[in-house]
Structures are given as C-alpha cells and as structure tokens.
Design a protein around this ligand. Structure first.
Ligand SMILES: [Zn+2]
Length: 423
C-alpha cells in the first residue's frame, strides 16, 4: 500500500472524512462513450438580447454572447479587453475576456485563466463564466475583495471553448448542443499527450488555444465541464498510485476549500461522485489527450478540471441556483494563484509588448524584435516541439523560415515569447 494512501486513510480517520471508495464511483459522465443529456426544449430558454440576460436565467444566443462581450468592453474600456483566441471550424469566435486595470503596473502580476465548455453540451460553465466576468467588472472599485484581486492578478476568462458544439443546431439555440467540434472530435482528448509518443492531429480549436496559452504566462487555470459535480485534479493520465502529482497535497487543500465554500451556500452539491467532492482525475477515470495534463506538463500551469453540474445542459431556470453556490468558490479559486505551492514561481517578469514578429503571417523570412543580442532563443512548433535553438545576434533579428511547414510557431527567450504564422 502506498504511503499516500495510508496517510490519506489516517487523515480521514482523524478528520472524520470519508475515504472515496470504489463503491461510491459512478460511470464518469465525461468519459467515452459520452452520456448525452436529453433536455426538454422549454427547459433551455434563450436570450436573444443582452437585456434578456439581465436575470441570468437564460442561455445567450451566439449573437447575444458576442454582444455581451462587446458591451463589457464598451462599459469598462480601461479595465478589460477581448482577446480572440481563434475561430472554430464553422467560423465562430473563440474569445477570452482579459481583466486587468491599465492603471496598475502589469509586470508583476501573475496570470490566471478560466476556460469553459470545451465539451459543447456542458453549458452550465458557459453562463457561470459570463456572470463571473460581469460580477468582477461591476465589483471593481466597489467590492474590496474583487478590487484587490483584480489589482493583483491578470485574469483571462474564455467562456466558450467549443462554440460549434454548443451552437450545433444554429446560433439561436443551445438545444441539441453536442460534445464534439464540427469535425466530430472530442477536443478534450485531442491535446498533445505529454506522456505518450503518438499524438493525434490537432484540431483547429485546440491549435489556436495552444498558441494563445503559449503566448501567455498562465500559472493557475481551470477547465470547466458538466455531467457531474466533482473537482478533478491532475493527473488524468495516471491513477494517483501510479504517478501522484507532485503537488497533490496542495490540490487537495484547494479542492477542499472550493467544495467547503460551495457547501456553506448549498450543502447538497459536489456529492454525486465522491462524498468529499474531489478526486485525482485518474482515480476516477484515466484519459489521454486532456487539456488538464497538457497544461500542467507542457505549459507549466497548474490546471484542474471542475465538473460543476450534474446535468450537462442545466435547465435554464436553475442557473441562478448554481451561481449562488459557485460564485464565491470560483472567485476564491482565482485568489489561489497567490497561494501556490512552495517552489512554484508565480510569474517571471514578462515584458508587455516588446516582443514582435513581422510580417505576420510570413513566408520567406521573419523579423523579430525584442530579442536582444546574446539572448538564447528557441523556435518551437505549436505542440511545443523544438525546431531550433539560436543565440540572437542582431536587434532586430531576421531568420529564414522558408523551409518550415505551414503552421503557427513560437519564439521564446528568457524574457518572453512571440508567435507567428508560417504561410
Ligand atoms: Zn466535459
């Protein structure tokens, strides 16, 4: 028996906690083959205008979603902007709201990332993320906790990672939403598996997401799903006995705080899979190609998976109930970035915009600015595979990329990263 198991059992005995046992397991709704929810159409009310979202008991149409993001930028121009992560196969935008006041020195604040609904039918998190954006923006300057958190943290929130899955039957309904993207691929099984030698061809949504996270310096993140209520910390690729995550103890503390806080508002939640409300991913169900393990192993970003609603496509009249018990733990989880495990660097000082690649896209040569002479640089492809290393000789620096295959590439040095598209 492993030491961790013995300690966990002792702890459980001392603290009166229940040990998750096989008897408590139910099939992972997030697993393959997926369990599809059948929701009555009338249970998924749609908002066809920003005004109709005011009571937060509807799902936005695709156009309403875009209008909400635009309205926040218009209302809080010095507090937020929208980044375009990319576009889906069917041309829908994959967006991220960046929240950070321009008046605060940007260099020393760690970067946090929320992303939801990589499975297009798991739509509770979509609305929770929209409401979180709204709450943080309106709370800045009036709510001391939110103001302090925003002043100390660069926060990015991607409410909808798989818009083609969510709006599978068109932009005006989430009825009939589906897990997969338009290529019929499960995006949360398509990330480069850091522990496997064979890797699936990247789907466009994931390729663009990887470029986006690679160009940032996220240190803590979460990927929101539905179909169960359980916090799922790394690894997903192994059981905790095979290969415990080096920060398992920290993850358990974080998960416990999240679940405990939610239960002070509604004690009925986070009980459907494990009574404690959390698990190491692989102890529940081992998967390969998930985003969580990719983010941890390749991007050096601590990410967990939040399964936040027993129903994947929650009836819209229950969205307020879910916000009630999720609001505070979701905010508090962002603040965990200031409480990372000992030894984890919160954020190397990262210059803001002085790294650039021109022209972009490029075909023959590319000129890089912001890479000082003598700096050690690495050119990698979108999966993180190293193409070449070089030491910058001139500023600006011109390199020949004519032999590279078409795709997105990253150039890193100590001080930051830039990306370009090879045509
Ligand atoms: Zn999922």
């Amino acid at each position: 028996m492993k030491r961790q198991v013995i300690i966990a059992m002792l702890l459980s005995f001392v603290l009166g906690l229940s040990v998750p046992s096989q008897a408590q397991l139910k099939p992972r709704a997030d697993a393959f083959p997926p369990v599809e929810d059948e929701v009555a159409p009338k249970a998924l009310q749609m908002a066809s205008s920003v005004e109709q979202m005011a009571s937060w008991d509807r799902y936005p149409t695709y156009e309403t979603y875009l209008a909400m993001m635009q309205q926040w930028v218009d209302s809080f121009p010095t507090l937020c902007h929208v980044d375009t992560i990319g576009t889906s196969i069917r041309g829908r935008l994959i967006l991220s709201m960046y929240i950070a006041p321009q008046t605060v020195d940007d260099l020393y604040r760690p970067e946090f990332f929320y992303s939801s609904t990589i499975h297009g039918d798991e739509i509770t998190g979509f609305v929770m993320m929209l409401r979180l954006i709204d709450t943080l923006l309106h709370g800045y300057g009036s709510n001391p906790q939110y103001t302090d958190l925003i002043n100390r943290t660069r926060i990015s929130i991607n409410p909808l990672a798989n818009p083609d899955g969510t709006y599978n039957r068109g932009n005006n309904t989430v009825q009939g939403s589906r897990r997969y993207n338009a290529n019929n691929v499960d995006l949360n099984r398509n990330y480069p598996d850091p522990f496997a030698s064979t890797k699936a061809a990247l789907q466009p949504e994931n390729e663009q997401m990887i470029a986006y996270v690679s160009a940032h310096n996220f240190r803590l993140s979460a990927n929101l799903h539905g179909g169960a209520e359980v916090m799922n910390y790394p690894w997903d690729s192994f059981t905790s006995q095979q290969n415990p995550h080096p920060y398992s103890d920290w993850w358990v503390d974080v998960c416990r705080r999240f679940v405990d806080t939610s239960r002070t508002y509604n004690s009925n939640h986070f009980r459907d899979t494990y009574t404690c409300g959390y698990t190491a991913g692989g102890d529940w169900y081992v998967i390969s190609g998930g985003r969580q393990d990719y983010m941890n192993a390749v991007q050096n970003c601590l990410e967990l998976t939040m399964e936040i609603s027993t129903s994947k496509s929650l009836s819209s009249d229950r969205l307020n109930e879910y916000w009630q018990f999720l609001q505070h733990p979701l905010v508090n989880y962002i603040a965990e970035i200031h409480n990372l495990p000992e030894g984890v660097s919160i954020s190397p000082i990262e210059p803001l915009v002085d790294k650039s690649a021109f022209p972009n896209p490029a075909a023959g040569t590319i000129t890089l600015r912001g890479f000082p002479a003598g700096e050690r640089c690495v050119l990698c492809d979108i999966t993180g595979r190293e193409i070449m290393r070089f030491i910058a000789q001139d500023e600006p620096l011109t390199i020949d990329i004519s032999n590279l295959p078409t795709g997105i590439y990253l150039v890193r040095c100590n001080g930051g990263v830039t990306k370009f598209l090879k045509q």
